[in-house]
Design a protein around this ligand. Sequence first.
Ligand code: FAD
Ligand code: AMP
Length: 479
Amino acid sequence: MADKFDVIVIGAGPGGYVAAIRAAQMGLKTACVEKWIGKEGKVVFGGTCLNVGCIPSKALLEASHKFIEAKHDFAGMGIQTGDVQMDVKKMIARKDTIVKNLTGGIAGLFKANGVTGIEGTGKVVGAKKVEVTGLDGKATTYEAENIIIAAGSVPVEIPPTPLTDDIIVDSTGALEFTEAPKRLGVIGAGVIGLELGSVWNRLGSEVTVLEAMDSFLPMVDAAIAKETQKLLKKQGLDIKLGARVTGSEVKGQEVIVKYTDGDGDQEMTFDKLIVCVGRKPYTKGVIADGLGIDLDERGFIHVDDQCRTSVPGVYAIGDCVRGPMLAHKASEEGVMVADIIAGHKAEMNYDAIPNVIYTFPEVAWVGLTEQEAKAKGIEVKVGSFPFAASGRAMANNATEGQAKIVADAETDRVLGMHIVGQHAGEMIAQGVIALEFGSSAEDLALTCYAHPTMSEAVHEAALAVDGHAIHMANRKKRK
Ligand code: FAD
Ligand code: AMP
């Protein structure tokens, strides 16, 4: 038997590495096991988020957006450029450098906090035992008072479109194209599909998004989803709703995709196809048989509100358990569980987790949509403000979109905030804080916002809840 720890975390994604650092900060002897092999052939920490998720996708989104600005918007600001070109290989290399710096940074944080990083594949083999199979195939068993499973998730694959080496790819493959494909198909108009479709559309691909559902972004407030759909269409994304992909055939360097829509069977030919139909929990080989750690019918590890599994001392967090598959949700769960293990009271507010889609403009929301609130039988009042009426948005060349606040008609309490606009992902923090502190729309309306900022649209939306917006004509009668 090797070393004994207070806590062993399996997986070093944003759930696991944050849990490990927090546990060590709480004075617990902590180890974190990771098996991810990075591009340089060595084990790297950071999980999906840092290696092939949040960060690399944002690196490409930022670069491709700057390319569009340089190509189309600079001239209107008086900036003269020559023929603007994108060096895709350089863009990908920059992304790789960011990933390398960040994953290396986690190793540094482990060292600084006294977390033992263990390279290999971890498996829970007993309530207090973790077996790690190293890269050399040698197994070592560690003892741990507490175990946190943070094994994450992997992309869903569907039988009609089996992945190939370089034509039919998942989100990971779509971060590695060396040039913009001429015709690009994307299956799934979810968050990842829209982000990756945007990157390559900006770089010149003709992008078609095939989405099985009839509605666009059904989890987003209807007014915001409608405006987003219009804006993405204007940018050239051809989003086909009600189009269910049923088959594919790779022929030479192209793929014929078959789908059915309201008009019957259809097909389209693409040079590359990205399959973005969701992610599923990854629990393969993480838990030995017969331990009594339950999975639900969708394969998630079953946990209670505080991430306890059915076996005392064993916790599970992040993408491998219920709830939104988001890095910040995983991290918050990591902190909560580390605090509980350290003997503190801790809980999470699952009703105040923000969501962001990093298209341009960004889409961000927190709390209830107007439709969800009404479906719950809550009488609501709503305030919206268009960025077209914002001085800062005009100066920024970003007048598209709106901010919207949903409040309880009786109590004025903020129930949800919904934004489509430049920097929506930054602005939504205001909505999260409003929900966390049980703020009223009036609280936001009485707050002094810096001028000129994009956030003033949130202020005006709060004022508009009671028909008091200053910089637009109010629809409602003032009291
Ligand atoms: P992961 O990050 O998946 O980490 C799990 C880790 O566990 C992995 O490193 C894996 O190798 C390791 N592991 C698994 N089994 C074992 C084992 N047996 N032994 C040792 N190690 C093991 N979320 C956001 O919030 N914002 C975004 O902008 C965003 N963009 C995304 C873009 C893309 C393209 C993708 C794919 C995802 C994106 N996500 C985003 C989702 C986000 O990446 C995940 O929600 C997040 O990484 C989940 O964290 P996690 O720690 O639960 O799991
Ligand atoms: P998300 O779960 O947000 O990543 O989104 C994945 C999207 O893929 C969902 O909107 C699904 O409806 C969509 N989807 C899943 N299977 C298919 C399919 N066979 N054809 C088209 N769209 C699909």
